[in-house]
Design a protein around this ligand. Structure first.
Ligand code: FAD
Length: 445
């Protein structure tokens, strides 16, 4: 049987390879690392997580990304299976031990007889065969050039963000305390998954002043045109309004200061565990374009972090993605070259989970094609279907921007239009419908 060739062993390519092999079709998985590096990846492993170690909410009733987790698990996804195996306590979120996770994905793929991993960069778009291109936001320059030559379309720019990471032993626990928001979680470890740093009003105001005054790396002209709102640097949030951070990553709700239970914090900075050992914590939502020297000064103003030492400082980087609504059909094939499918972040989805989900789908579609069949995407009522529908047709091509899965992509329920039902009723109804429809889609294969 003709193999499926996959370019890129990231979150999407690894999942796609697994799905193709599970369908009994041979796979050749091409990965350029570690021979050709990217600025964000550190290893040659498959499915390396380059920034946060979180797959976000695991709530499959009230949250769209939790629903996507559910669908990927139901479809026998490798990424979810390995994430579950290497899960870290993180309240209601699915955080993983990144090194153990990507090592496990790599070992599983290497042990699969139908998968052959080939080292090397692909620099041209192949003209025949059955291919999946899953080269991610840091697609190599040579291949990006080849894509532009075929599509004639300039890839759009956007920014992705790295939050700073702190050595746990340098956090002052006589000021900070461990607690997940609203004490969420099944176990004691889950309920204490975050480290919280409280601020008084004066401390918050001084922090905002320092953020606004700090030295920043300048954006080039026109660079901010493709800004992704979910990834705004904290100083840009502060520029939008002095209260913006207090209503965003620094919101104080659902937390009680263990040292001063009677005192309500004006703002709270949260840190989330970044490795299994519990030696590293990342500052949640604190991506920034401040210069390194300024970051150290400003972050040490946070009570509890006055002596913090940083394993990695924050950053924001430019990435590229396709204008999928114009370039791809509903089977994720490039219209001009139907032998090529695209998957992952390069298609204009945003995030580890969404990218892996698009890999899962592209893998199943390519495997069906290899067997002489066609696989239609899941219905739009499912998280996976809503996402692929958005990028391949639902989104406005002129203003196309990277997209996270969210309930706004789901078709409304007949009786829930116009807000007649509140979120508490609407979200469980969306996710129940998604589960029913996704199960039916799987059963029909
Ligand atoms: C700096 C940064 C920070 C990010 N932070 C987060 C975050 O906190 N949370 C989150 O959910 N998402 C984050 N993202 C987005 C994240 O990259 C994606 O969500 C996810 O990794 C995308 O999966 P992917 O498989 O599409 O791409 P990747 O995981 O990047 O995989 C693509 C693979 O293709 C390989 N490759 C590229 N070109 C070629 C070629 N020509 N030939 C062969 N191989 C090639 C690459 O080496 C890589 O292994 C971040 C991205 C960047 C760049």
């Amino acid at each position: 049987m003709q193999p499926v060739n996959i370019v890129g062993a990231g979150l999407a390519g690894s999942e796609a390879a697994w799905q193709v092999a599970r369908a009994g079709v041979p796979v050749i998985l091409h990965e350029m690392r570690p021979t050709v590096a990217t600025f964000a990846h550190k290893t040659g492993d498959c499915a390396e997580m380059v920034c946060s170690n979180s797959f976000r909410s695991d709530d499959d009733v009230m949250n769209a990304v939790g629903q996507l987790h559910w669908e990927m698990r139901a479809a026998g996804g490798l990424i979810m299976a390995m994430a579950d195996r290497h899960r870290l306590p993180a309240g209601g979120a699915l955080a993983v031990d990144r090194d153990a996770f990507s090592a496990a994905v790599t070992e599983t793929l290497r042990a699969e007889p139908l998968v052959r991993i080939v080292a090397g960069e692909i620099t041209e778009l192949p003209t025949d065969g059955n291919w999946i291109v899953a080269t991610g936001p840091l697609t190599s320059d040579a291949l990006a050039g080849a894509i532009r030559r075929v599509t004639g379309t300039e890839a759009l720019a956007f920014f992705d963000a790295i939050a700073p990471i702190v050595h746990a032993e340098t956090i002052d626990m006589s000021v900070a305390w461990e607690q997940s928001r609203y004490d969420k979680g099944e176990s004691d470890a889950e309920r204490r998954a975050y480290i919280n740093c409280p601020m008084t009003r004066d401390e918050y105001e001084a922090f905002i002043d320092a953020l606004l005054a700090a030295d920043k790396t300048e954006f080039r002209e026109g660079e901010t045109a493709g800004y992704f709102d979910g990834c705004l640097p904290i100083e840009v949030m502060a520029e939008r309004g002095r209260e913006t951070l207090r209503h965003g990553p620094m919101k104080p709700v659902g937390l009680t200061n263990a040292h001063k239970p009677q005192e309500k914090a004006y703002a709270v900075v949260q840190l989330r565990r970044d490795n299994a050992l519990g030696t590293l914590y990342n500052i949640v939502g604190f991506q920034t374009k401040m210069k390194y020297g300024a970051q150290t000064q400003v972050f040490r103003m946070i009570p509890g972090l006055q002596n913090a030492s940083f394993a990695r400082l924050g950053g924001i980087h430019r990435n590229s993605f396709l204008n999928s609504p114009t370039l791809l059909d509903d089977r994720m094939r490039m219209r001009q070259r139907p032998n090529l499918r695209f998957a992952g972040q390069v298609t204009g989805v945003e995030g580890y989970v969404e990218s892996a989900a698009m890999g899962l789908l592209a893998g199943r579609m390519a495997a069906a094609q290899a067997k002489g069949a066609e696989l239609a995407p899941p219905p739009f009522t499912t998280a996976m279907g809503a996402l692929v529908n958005h990028i391949t047709g639902g989104a406005e091509a002129k203003t196309f921007q990277p997209m996270n899965v969210n309930f706004g992509l789901f078709p409304p329920l007949d009786d829930a239009r116009g807000g007649r039902r509140g979120r508490k009723d609407r979200y469980p109804a969306y996710t129940q419908r998604a589960k029913d429809d996704f199960s039916a889609w799987l059963a029909a294969q």
